[in-house]
Ligand binder design. Structure first.
Ligand SMILES: Nc1ncnc2c1ncn2[C@@H]1O[C@H](C[S@+](CC[C@H]([NH3+])C(=O)[O-])CC(=O)[O-])[C@@H](O)[C@H]1O
Ligand SMILES: O=C(O)C(=O)Cc1ccccc1
Length: 243
């Protein structure tokens, strides 16, 4: 997957606009997410292992907020010959166009429906696996319940939701520690203090992380019987919930 280097926030800006997944971001997204999200590549690789275990024959797999298609690409490689269909959804036209190019670069017997639309509007049915890889954090907190309810209802018995999210922590000491370690990770990946602070401002109104407990309570409330966190690095996590 080709990607230019992310220097979107490298120059001082008087008014920082709210973060958007526009053409500029889509063009550097692969670089941006790898340098910003600790564990991203490991999570992507492991989604393939989850798919291998959970994607059942003749079922649907949903990649909600697919961006450039990293999760869909890994999953597609692991579910050959099962007559599965992947539905990959994103509401950024720029992401969808690039995602389409990335998917077309490989052959596969698993069809992918690439949908440019809002994940709050799509139907979920006959699903054995649903992926929300760092997408739910961008929905208004008041819309998250409905989405989880819809996912639960669309999953077949034994189906899995993999939910990756940045986390907040009730404990202020832990919040400060893990937040700082994440900043150090970004510095070590070449982001300047200016880039880090300008991006933080632009994300402030747009990305609202929950605590692990809020995630667990929401998932259980809507019926998920099995829940755990399977990956955490600093304040970035990935959770599984099984129907
Ligand atoms: N309501 C919405 N409807 C549809 N798409 C949305 C919505 N809100 C945000 N998005 C889309 O969700 C994606 C979030 S990025 C996911 C990474 C990917 N999963 C990956 O595994 O590489 C995470 C991040 O940047 O931290 C963007 O492409 C948005 O356009
Ligand atoms: O960069 C950050 O600080 C993040 O929290 C992660 C992120 C990664 C890519 C787009 C938006 C947020």
């Amino acid at each position: 997957m080709k990607s230019s280097q992310d220097n979107i926030f490298a120059h001082a800006c008087e008014n920082i606009a709210d973060f958007q997944f526009d053409e500029k971001v889509a063009g550097v997204f692969n670089d941006m997410i790898k340098r910003s999200v600790p564990g991203y590549s490991q999570i992507i690789n492991t989604l393939g292992a989850f798919a291998q275990k959970y994607a059942s024959p003749d079922s649907h797999i949903y990649d909600l907020g697919c961006s450039l298609g990293a999760a869909t690409l890994t999953i597609r490689r692991h579910v050959e010959n099962r007559n599965c269909r992947i539905i990959a959804v994103d509401n950024s036209q720029s992401m969808i166009e690039r995602c389409n190019e990335n998917l077309s670069a490989y052959v596969s017997d698993t069809p992918v429906d690439l949908v440019c639309g809002d994940i709050r509007d799509i139907n979920i049915e006959n699903a054995s696996m649903v992926i929300l890889n760092f997408t739910m954090q961008f929905l208004a907190p008041s819309d998250r319940d409905e989405l989880v309810k819809k996912i639960y209802q669309g999953l077949n018995p034994g189906g899995i939701l993999v939910l990756s999210e940045k986390l907040n922590f009730e404990d202020e000491e832990i919040q400060a520690l893990l937040y700082d370690l994440h900043l150090d990770f970004k510095r070590a990946n070449g982001y300047s203090e200016l880039e880090i602070s300008q991006k933080r401002s632009s994300l402030e109104n747009v990305m609202k992380p929950d605590t692990l407990l809020q995630h667990e309570q929401r998932l259980r409330k809507h019926g998920f019987m099995h829940f755990n966190i399977w990956f955490q690095c600093f304040n970035f996590s990935s959770m599984v919930a099984i129907k």
